[in-house]
Design a protein around this ligand. Structure first.
Ligand SMILES: Cc1cc2nc3c(=O)[nH]c(=O)nc-3n(C[C@H](O)[C@H](O)[C@H](O)COP(=O)(O)OP(=O)(O)OC[C@H]3O[C@@H](n4cnc5c(N)ncnc54)[C@H](O)[C@@H]3O)c2cc1C
Length: 427
């Protein structure tokens, strides 16, 4: 009978194993499962790998996540942009009335003066943003924020990723928003869900009830002629098919004979890395007034090293002990390069009163995400097509956020895992 080896016990690998009806082995490099859906329990706080909030459109997947996680609760998003000491509701481009007069004027002029050009996703991200939102909105939010997030030249990135991730209000709604409150909810995550217990890892714990994982089994070599996988721990596994959820670049490094054209294509795959700092704070009056009810805040100004700050305890109060609140702070670098100016984080948080002088930090942990955001440039699509063709021809299916080299999220990972396995169960 066909034997399938699944590499990685994150949400994608575990979902594959959960639905597989054929014999399988699941190999996980770490001594624990979860990948980026792990949670950390520290001094009474529950932290995730930065905000891991679940946005779901598909009712079947919602029922599935509800079942494996032990129940979800619904949250109405309360996200902001912090600019010029002001909090602007998200999305920036639909709330111009909150801006100081000078910036508001530039944003309005920008939208009115846009050139009527054919907007398409293959434009550079910067040109796309100027064509879509005008000069001012690009200058004050789209450009500085995305520079900090991707750490890559926005002239070289395309807009092929913006799809559901960047809300695109009509020009008339943008203009109206400069004079009156815009009540419309924009974006894929205006309502999201979170497990009732144990953080994002609740999903992983549910899957582990049915799936048996080989831990401490980092794959190091894949012999595609002899259909054998070798692990760092000395064990090897024969396979008929591989489902790999490790980053595509790492997978290619392990395959014994990769043709020159595929090696060349792999050099064009770019990514950015993220460091997430989790902070638990003990405070007399609990969360500072300016942060009350805020779930996360985008920070476009380059004087702060971090691009986003979120408050776990505002989403789920039980994730922090009594009289405490908890944060995640994210900053990024290009392709695993050194992070800049990280030593200033706590000072910067104090400067902007996200932490007050008499608040006490009682929990702290830092999580490195070497592959965090895949960079979308003009080469990505062709390179991916070539590489995926080579892998599939050799019975290797590379899926998940980093396996498929895409900008995806939990719902899509579960859906893709289920769809692939349904096909493999049949053949
Ligand atoms: C900063 C950030 C915030 C995010 N926020 C959200 C959010 O709010 N909502 C949402 O839906 N999604 C969010 N995501 C996306 C979400 O984290 C991913 O879509 C999802 O976790 C991907 O799961 P995966 O199983 O494909 O990959 P991973 O979680 O990366 O799992 C891969 C697994 O493979 C293992 N592995 C790697 N190499 C090997 C090897 N050689 N041998 C064996 N095992 C190996 C790893 O240890 C890991 O366990 C966010 C992502 C980031 C970076």
């Amino acid at each position: 009978m066909t034997k399938i080896v699944v590499i990685g016990a994150g949400i994608t690998g575990l979902t594959c194993a959960y639905f597989l009806k054929k014999p399988y082995e699941i190999l996980e490099a770490n001594s624990y499962a979860g990948g980026l859906c792990c949670s950390y329990y520290n001094n009474g706080f529950t932290f995730d790998c930065s905000g891991h909030f679940i946005h779901i459109k598909d009712k079947k997947i919602k029922r599935f996540i509800n079942k494996i996680s032990g129940g979800l609760f619904e949250v109405k998003r309360n996200a902001y942009i912090y600019l010029n000491k002001t909090f602007i509701p998200y999305p920036f481009q639909a709330h111009l009335s909150y801006l100081p007069e000078k910036i508001k004027k530039e944003c309005l002029e920008g939208i009115v003066k846009r050139k009527n050009i054919n907007i398409h996703a293959n434009m550079s991200f910067l040109n796309w943003s100027k064509a879509m939102f005008g000069y001012g909105i690009t200058k004050y939010f789209m450009s500085p924020y995305n520079k900090k997030l991707w750490n890559y030249d926005l002239n070289k990135m395309t807009a092929t990723w913006v799809g559901k991730f960047v809300p695109k209000p009509e020009a008339c709604s943008i203009i109206k928003s400069a004079y009156s409150e815009n009540k419309k909810k924009y974006g894929y995550n205006s309502v999201f869900y979170y497990p009732k217990k144990n953080g994002c890892e609740a999903l992983i714990n549910g899957l582990l009830k049915k799936v048996k994982v080989n831990f401490n089994s980092k794959t190091t070599k894949i012999d595609i002629e002899n259909k054998t996988i070798y692990c760092q721990n000395g064990k090897s596994y024969k396979y008929d098919k591989i489902i790999s959820t490790q980053p595509m670049l790492e997978l290619l490094k392990q395959i014994n004979s990769v043709p020159k054209n595929i090696q060349k294509a792999s050099k064009k795959l770019l990514y950015s890395s993220v460091r997430c700092i989790n902070i638990g704070v003990q405070a007399n009056n609990c969360v500072p007034e300016i942060l009350k009810n805020k779930h996360w805040i985008y920070i476009p100004e380059s004087k702060f090293s971090f691009y986003r700050v979120g408050l776990y305890s505002n989403v789920y109060p039980k994730s922090a002990p009594k009289h405490c609140y908890s944060f995640y702070v994210e900053y990024s670098s290009f392709s695993g390069k050194k992070y800049k100016k990280t030593e200033n984080i706590i000072e910067d948080l104090k400067k902007i009163n996200f932490i007050r002088s008499n608040d006490k930090i009682i929990a702290f942990n830092s999580v490195d995400i070497p592959y965090a955001y895949i960079i979308f440039d003009k080469d990505r699509e062709n390179s991916l097509r070539e590489i995926t063709g080579f892998l599939n021809k050799n019975n290797i299916f590379s899926i998940g956020r980093y396996g498929a080299w895409e900008y995806s999220f939990i719902e899509k990972n579960i859906n893709d895992a289920k769809t692939l396995v349904e096909k493999l169960n049949y053949f």
